[in-house]
Design a protein around this ligand. Structure first.
Ligand code: C6P
Length: 412
């Protein structure tokens, strides 16, 4: 691999210094963290923001008149604007803070689904979805006696788009689709899907969990109706995420959960609801996490998506080259448009055994079905070994992964 194709080595070393968790050893070996699609490590700026909030500003938001409450509220609302700008939403009212992608998708399925989906209506998902973008729609369809349809995929792990044209009918209310597959790394042709869905009067819910860490997102340009995403897969804290929704849609949706914060006036007989986005934010949120999220977004902006993509692409290509040349290694997911996720199986070696051996060498990868069991069934496999790269990974780490896999194949 030519270093010309990677982000400057010194720059990567400087980036690595910002991540305390990367400085440790595991089983006596320097940690090689290649489980970034599960969650990325966090830069110091994010960790400091969390500590700073609890040490200085800890107070509940939108409730108190005292100084700490005002500071906490201002910082949380600054984060909302940062998220809004980051994904190019029209207004901060369109950003609802949630616990993450799963919570965001459940919110749409429950609140939008409750009023807009009826018996005989259709919801379309794809065969490559994460369980978080399957189960809430199954639950909705079951409750409403609606029909769940599935866009098929190819052996390479791409959507069979001509099938979507046939699946879409005037009864289709929702198309729920991932921007990027967490197992295959496939980048789906969202704009085309959204155009086709809108032409039939359906709205599109995008699972953006694996897109945010790698691709610039512009919700206005995409014209998606909802976008669900998590902070923790893109250098931010766990337990925090957002739902972007077009204002007109959010305004017409009933609240999802009832409680404090989402109300205007409560009597024992009747309640009026708060304005957007608070109508969907019942209860005390993960204030520290939301405040720290903006530091993760700043980190991405400072590094730049173009640098992130170029560096990760180089690592991914190199890993593909090394792993493909090893006997009995089969790559799962070979779409032409991919982000830096590399799933594979080793003939004759169980994925859990491979994961344990890699861990013994300090190498963290994900093993198993990656919360995509329908996809495992499609490929007739139980699970994969998944290496996923971030901006702080290096060429040497790719070589270490390939060397351990090669030794494993030799021994078994
Ligand atoms: N995927 C993985 O290892 P939460 O847990 O709510 O932040 O994100 C759920 C989710 C939804 N959609 C996609 C495409 C995802 O990849 C994930 C999380 C992790 O692949 C953990 S299962």
């Amino acid at each position: 691999m030519s270093t010309l194709h990677t982000h400057n080595r010194v720059a990567i070393q400087n980036i690595r210094k910002q991540f305390p968790a990367l400085q440790q050893t595991v089983h006596g070996k320097p940690l090689v963290y290649l489980d970034n699609a599960a969650t990325t490590q966090k830069p110091k700026a994010v960790l400091n923001a969390i500590t700073n909030y609890y040490q200085h500003d800890n107070a509940n938001v939108h409730r108190g008149i005292h100084t700490l409450a005002s500071r906490a509220t201002a910082a949380l609302e600054t984060s909302r604007v940062a998220v809004q700008r980051f994904i190019h939403a029209t207004s901060a009212e369109e950003i609802v803070f949630t616990g993450g992608t799963t919570a965001s998708i459940n919110l749409v399925a429950a609140a939008y689904g409750q009023t807009q989906v009826h018996a005989g209506d259709e919801v379309i998902i794809s065969h490559m979805e994460h369980h978080a973008n399957i189960v809430p729609w199954q639950m909705l369809c079951q409750a409403k006696k609606a029909v769940l349809k599935v866009i098929p995929i190819s052996e390479a792990g791409t959507l069979l788009l001509p099938a979507l044209k046939k699946l879409l009918t005037p009864r289709t209310k929702i198309v729920a689709i991932s921007y990027v597959s967490n197992t295959l790394g496939t980048i789906n042709p969202l704009k085309e899907i959204i155009k086709q869905a809108h032409a039939q009067g359906a709205i599109v819910v995008v699972d953006g969990a694996q897109a945010l860490p790698h691709l610039p997102i512009n919700v206005q340009d995409l014209d998606c109706d909802f976008l669900a995403f998590s902070a923790h897969k893109a250098y931010g804290p766990t337990g925090v995420g957002a739902l972007y929704g077009k204002k007109a849609l959010l305004e017409n949706m009933p609240p999802y959960q009832g409680g404090g914060e989402m109300v205007q006036e409560v009597t024992l007989a009747h309640t009026t609801y708060n304005d957007l986005p608070y109508k969907f934010e019942a209860g005390t949120p993960h204030i520290a996490g939301i405040i720290a999220w903006q530091e993760a977004l700043n980190f991405i902006t400072q590094v730049g998506y173009s640098n992130i993509m170029a560096h990760e692409d180089a690592l991914h290509t190199y890993a593909l080259e090394l792993l493909s040349s090893i006997d009995r290694v089969r790559i799962v997911g070979t779409a032409p448009q991919k982000i830096s996720i590399l799933a594979f199986t080793i003939e004759g070696v169980h994925h859990l055994d491979a994961g344990m051996l890699l861990d013994a060498h300090g190498i963290a990868v994900r093993t198993g079905h990656s919360c995509t069991q329908p996809l495992m069934n499609f490929f007739h496999i139980e699970g994969v070994i998944r290496a996923s790269f971030a901006i702080y990974n290096t060429q040497e780490e790719v070589e270490q992964l390939a060397a351990v896999v090669a030794r494993l194949v030799q021994k078994n």
